[in-house]
Write a protein that binds this ligand. Structure first.
Ligand code: MV4
Length: 512
């Protein structure tokens, strides 16, 4: 095992990697920008190196400076986390050329999967199903038209260099083909510096299901099963779960084997994810491979018992995976909610400010992977994801109830957050029945964010809060405190008055 590892990231994932390192007895080096001088990941690491000013382009994306920091501190390896430099082929190569270990796939595997058309060719060669379409970039609108005739409308134009939905255009009729191709090309050019666009048949109303794979340097490649990631908005996932209600044991095996075949064909090592669309008939299609640890990895950890980040470090140091595929099966159910500093009631507008109060949920089956604390300043320089709240329970129903309970325990003051939105999703009948697909959230959003609190309850709570606040200002006790629970078994709260649960709720709210 390495003796010291540098973490080229910030926030919750930097803390997640530090935890894995500490459990393995590995020393840690954090890097940070001026904006993050007092951030938790800087304090938690054994050492920290300032690498630049607040903008990512001046700090967390400065690969050369980060490699320099690793050499200066004597770190042997670099963990890139997700985002930032994690999927940059040149960075993986530069780390290796500097005599350090990149904790991720070989640069060649990043290159092999980076182009969507090349990845489709790899998938086809590995007998992994892909959506019908081309495996080469389109020359012109006439060729696009011929392909569309062959597969039938609607079709989807995609940037070959793309990912995450940029440079994509749905085309429903012939007349839209040429203008959409122009638009897709322009967007692809400005986003990726490459205007290559290809075409696929458009799959309507599928789920987004992905397979976590883990490979070592000895030729072992395992599937850790699927994650259901359909609850997303504008290609930003909000909620993920494992397993998926739409995946049977037989399908899990089939998709897992397909993902492993693809990863092997790409020369993949370390943790990675194969993304699929799963249509209403249970047919699946490979989309792309993510060559990094993903935000949603914890749900897989909770249902498999396998610590993915620890194993990233272990396989990167040459260790052999001790698992066999037949032993890996999901147990129970895990759900993750991404807690962001966005205001769902306001079109998910990013919110900034200082976290003046933070109450972190706890209790059975609850995990908090966070990057914030009371006093943290949330700005606009980085991603709005503040933390991930993850729960595990025996069944999906119990996991939803547990997530709801945990969200009720969560308080974030000082910035708007997605907390209430997540509560509404957990209360939603369609979500509870697992009736979700990639368009579900966008369609359901109005009814999720538009719900007002029950008016009577809100009024009672407001009056109570005002009375209590007034009483406490004048130094009076609010109500007689209960020394012992009510003898009749009624739960008497802080008010001491059985049946006055609204008062207890209001009092808690007022105190907060
Ligand atoms: C598709 C598709 C429908 N049909 N391809 C979006 C991002 C990129 N990874 C691929 N994406 C899609 N490709 C075909 N042929 C629908 C999407 C898509 C999507 C996929 C996964 C998760 C969320 C999504 C949201 C909108 C569209």
């Amino acid at each position: 095992m390495f003796w010291k590892v540098l973490i080229a990231n910030r926030g919750e994932i930097a803390l997640r990697v530090i935890r894995a390192c500490r459990e393995l007895g590995v020393k840690t080096v954090a890097v940070y920008s001026e904006a993050d001088a007092t951030a938790p990941h800087v304090r938690e690491a054994d050492e920290a190196v300032l690498i630049g000013t607040a903008p990512s382009s001046e700090s967390y994306l400065k690969g050369d400076r980060i490699i320099e920091a690793a050499k200066q501190t004597g770190a042997e390896a670099i963990h890139p986390g997700y985002g930032f430099l994690s999927e940059r082929e040149w960075f993986a190569r530069a780390v290796r050329d500097a005599g350090l270990v990149f904790i991720g796939p070989p640069a060649e595997a990043i290159a092999a999967t980076g182009s969507k058309t090349a990845a489709r060719q790899l998938a086809i060669a590995a007998k992994v199903p892909v959506v019908p379409g081309t495996t080469e970039a389109l020359r012109d609108a006439a060729e696009a038209s011929a392909v569309a005739q062959q597969f039938g409308f609607p079709v989807l134009l995609k940037a070959a260099a793309g990912g995450g939905g940029k440079g994509m255009r749905v085309v429903r009729e012939e007349s839209q083909l040429a203008p959409s191709l122009d638009a897709a090309r322009r967007e692809a050019k400005s986003s990726f510096g490459d205007d290559a666009v290809y075409v696929e048949k458009y799959v309507e109303g599928p789920r987004h299901v992905e397979i976590q794979v883990l490979g070592d340097t000895h030729g072992n490649m395992l599937s850790l099963g699927e994650r259901e990631c359909s609850v997303q908005r504008r290609h930003q996932k909000m909620i993920e779960e494992a397993p998926s209600v739409a995946v049977s044991w037989a399908l899990r095996r089939e998709m897992g084997e397909a993902a492993v075949r693809f990863a092997k064909a790409a020369g993949y090592v370390n943790a990675g994810t194969c993304e699929f669309l799963l249509d209403k008939d249970g047919k699946f299609y490979f989309l792309e491979m993510n060559t990094r640890v993903q935000v949603e990895h914890p749900v897989t950890e909770l249902v498999t018992g396998i610590d993915i980040v620890q194993w990233q470090l272990r396989v990167a140091s040459g260790e052999r995976l001790p698992f066999v595929q037949s032993e890996i099966a999901p147990r129970g159910w895990a759900i993750e909610c991404r807690i962001t500093s966005e205001d769902p009631a306001n079109g998910f507008l990013p919110s900034t400010g200082r976290i003046s109060y933070l109450r972190i949920p706890a209790g059975p089956g609850v995990r908090w992977d966070g990057g914030i604390e009371t006093g943290s300043v949330v700005g606009l320089f980085y991603d709005p994801m503040l933390a991930k709240l993850i729960v595990w329970a025996e069944t999906r129903e119990a996991a939803i109830a547990r997530m709801h309970r945990a969200l009720l325990e969560l308080t974030i003051d000082g910035v708007e957050s997605s907390r209430d939105f997540h509560l509404r999703v957990m209360e939603d009948g369609e979500f509870q029945r697992g009736e979700i697909e990639i368009q579900w959230l966008e369609r359901r959003l109005p009814s999720l964010v538009g719900v007002a609190p029950p008016p009577e309850g809100a009024r009672v709570a407001a009056i109570a809060a005002a009375l209590i606040a007034d009483a406490e200002r004048h130094g009076r006790a609010t109500a007689p405190a209960a020394a012992t629970p009510a003898p009749n078994g009624d739960r008497a709260g802080a008010s001491g008055l059985p049946g006055n649960r609204w008062l207890d709720v209001a009092r808690r709210e007022a105190l907060q």
